[in-house]
Design a protein around this ligand. Sequence first.
Ligand code: ZN
Length: 316
Amino acid sequence: MYTGPRIDTHAHFGNEAMLNLERTSEVNPLVKEIDNIRETVGYKSMFDQSTSLETLIEEMDRNMIEIAWLHQLSFKEVLGYDVLTNEEIEKAIDKYPERLKGFAGIDPRGKDAPKELEHAIKEMGLHGFKMNPNDFGGYFLDDRELCYPLYEKALELDIPVSIHTGITPGPMFRMKHNNPLQLDDVAVDFPGLTIFVEHIGFPWQDLTYNMVQRHKNMYITITAVANIMIHKSEALFYMEMAKMLGMIGSERILWGSDWTATPNIREVLDFFMHAEVPFPVQMMKGATLTDDRVADIVYLNAVRLQERFRMNLDEE
Ligand SMILES: [Zn+2]
């Protein structure tokens, strides 16, 4: 059984606007949608647990999470305010430099977008680049005019790029923007770029596994999908893991909580410690979750990435 430390490669926290919303209990479509997601993992609503930075740190302590990588998220066009800005992430990292890393989001429509990314990394001390194609009015990830200058800049800055794919949060967004197939183009055109395909590209995960097999700098994250599937059926998720491990091995699979959207961190980590091999996987003599593989997924792969991208440099 792997009982060592963990690194959460994908987390958020609630900012002032979100905390005000908790107080006024004003409800908008995206919050309703997050409520739906939370319900699927056994929570009542956005507001049944504090989403503050301090609560995140407490959750990390409770679950032996050494470090969490914070991801920017705007959704300003839907909500009227930013969910989590680069500046708020910068402040959080300043407060907990040993516990937090940051992935900066940039509106690709801005004419100085690559410069903004450079500023977030070099001046603000963030560590990676986050893209969510549902954000900033919605866009295509293989858009050469809009996105390629940002990929070029990420390469130049030598930072990893985390890209939201699959899971489309609610009827106000378009699924076509989330299709991971677009990233095949990006990986062909930028072979040196390290890309995290978030959420296994669900429901296009088979396509994602095949793409990750082909591109050696591509990683897959089980973020949020693990929370939802494990809560519904551990065996179902185990069979998905067996397929994933069989196709790409354990060295390019990352775990992330997607706290605060899917807060059942303990349930997911318990699964990785105690999961029973379901009968169909035994029958297939399929890929099982050995201790070494669990260590890779919940900790070591992220450690290796932190070293490769010198994310701990600011602490030295
Ligand atoms: Zn997220």
